[in-house]
Design a protein around this ligand. Sequence first.
Ligand SMILES: [Zn+2]
Length: 361
Amino acid sequence: MAKGSETAQAGPVLRRAPVPALGCVHQLVLPTPWEVGPVQIYLVESEPLTLIDTGVRDAPSWSALDAGLEQIGYGVEDVRRVVLTHFHGDHLGQTQRLREAGPGLEVLAHELEVESVENFAEGRSEDIEAAAALLREHGVPGDVIARQSEMRRRWIAEDAALCESTRVDRAVRDGERIGFKDLELEVIHAPGHTAGHLLLHEPRTRTLFTGDHLMGEAVPFTETYYEPGAPDPHDPLARRPRFRGLAGYLASLRDLRRRAFDTILPAHGGVVDRPARCIDDAILFYEVRVQRVLRALEKLGASRHETTAWQVWESLFPKADPVTQMTKRMMMVIGALDVLEDAARVAVSRSAGGRLVYRIV
Ligand SMILES: [Zn+2]
């Protein structure tokens, strides 16, 4: 097969040793049908032969993976281990197919991602219910939520076509080491984009594999969703436990900023050779948005009366489509309100209708 000829993308599939001091690591660039563009996965050419992420599950992505591996001298059946940075389709997608291609594959993921990796499509009808409840609690009107849920159902079906669940053979957590014949990678838990997103650090060359946590030319959206479990009995508002992605993301970035890295190998956007600046840019990106949310609250008179997250959304994005352009922006607004609540800049209470309302303090 002519190498890369089946793929829809321009440019080479393989970048050998993007970090010259770490010659056993190669970058494979696989196409995705999504706006995000190609995804960059990594082959660690050591024992066991390991991929960090696997690309979406479709024919162009599979043939690009096959072509890239072949250029280095391997076949898809030779991969013995996959480490997933997180469960999204362009990372998890082809893992099960790799398992079926070879004699045995060990799949590693953060312990908080196991459920999502193993039940990628199945568990997600509950996600729709939970997302609707979260939007309702934050003041989104019922008709918008109904259209939103319908769109989510479509997305999930589309995702399921491009990504397959697989078993996690080893769940890892922060600080754990992943061993190879001649190197070791340290797991760093980095919540934000997802709850169990992980980074991998190679200490000798100070190389950091970041998945979507830090990227070459973009900043990831951060998630928020209800987690299973009863409301916190100590919370006077009896709020359901919720993953607060943006607060977690900023805390993670500040932790990373205290460490020194030479190179970032992300899942999108090339190779980053100025890690400190990349981290600072991501922090600034969200600090600016938190300030915009605070200013929107001021404009809405939230020092005098209570305001919902939805009112902030409407004020910040008057031209955005309330269905197709709502979810990620709303997650940002709720995330920014979490950050402001943690900093004691806003107070939260519950309105008579059960919605959460915010007031500047
Ligand atoms: Zn992702």
